[in-house]
Design a protein around this ligand. Structure first.
Ligand SMILES: [Zn+2]
Length: 241
């Protein structure tokens, strides 16, 4: 790819990120309000998850901007690690939201309060449609770009968790038993913990200067030894910035 094409693609991505932040923020506000009014923890949990997505999108937009800055005399590797710090901060916020959901779900399982199932169903359908559309939008680029691929898988997971909220809303409406609502919240909390785990692990590995995942160190060593003129090789280090 030429430098020019790179830059064009970069600003295109930046525009997409800004739009995603605005759309998701609007949705979070509506969903949180609906969750509060309908006494649905499932909706509030989903709003909490989407809020963490807003954070993640904002951080990756910020990291993209900073990453464009050149390395300077004091930061000789440039600003690449800002992305890692952003990912780490986001993973920690996911864990905090999950703990809050577990605590609130525990309280509601102890003393169930009525939930307005109709509102839950309506908002959940909107969430399924929104996440489904975004996943379709990303699907063609997901095949060759690793970042887009992880965003695509994330959106697919979000669509599934919205389906979970929808099922909870249907059960609450049909059985008049609000227990399904905190149960769905617990599942969303588990999904949050699970998705933060891989980010935490990867960010920690980079900060520990571990070799990139999937890199075959002995093969690198063999390749370097095969270069004519190389007699021996000592103390090889490989890490990612
Ligand atoms: Zn999400």
């Amino acid at each position: 790819m030429t430098h020019h094409a790179h830059a064009a693609r970069g600003s295109n991505l930046e525009g997409r990120l800004v739009w995603s932040v605005l759309l998701t923020s609007a949705f979070v506000l509506g969903e949180a309000l609906a969750g509060y009014l309908s006494h649905s923890l499932a909706l509030l949990s989903d709003a909490g998850h989407n809020f963490s997505d807003v954070l993640a999108l904002t951080l990756s937009w910020y990291a993209l901007r900073l990453g464009k800055r050149r390395a300077d005399a004091r930061r000789t590797y440039g600003y690449h690690r800002v992305g890692i710090l952003a990912a780490l901060a986001n993973a920690v916020s996911l864990v905090v939201i999950a703990l809050f959901i577990f605590w609130e779900a525990y309280q509601r399982l102890q003393s169930p309060a009525p939930v307005a199932g109709g509102v839950v169903i309506g908002v959940a359908i909107a969430a399924v449609v929104l996440n489904g559309l975004i996943s379709l939008w990303l699907r063609s680029d997901a095949r060759h770009d690793l970042n887009v691929r992880s965003a695509y898988l994330h959106m697919l997971g979000d669509a599934l968790s919205a389906v979970g909220v929808l099922v909870a809303g249907l059960i609450v409406s049909l059985t008049k038993n609000p227990i399904a609502d905190p149960v769905a919240s617990l599942l969303i909390g588990l999904l949050l913990l699970w998705s933060s785990w891989s980010v935490l692990a990867e960010a920690t590995n980079i900060l520990l200067e571990a070799a990139p995942k999937g890199l075959d160190m002995p093969a690198v060593e063999r390749a370097i030894r095969a270069v004519p003129g190389v007699i021996d090789l000592h103390d090889l280090h490989v890490w990612s910035v």
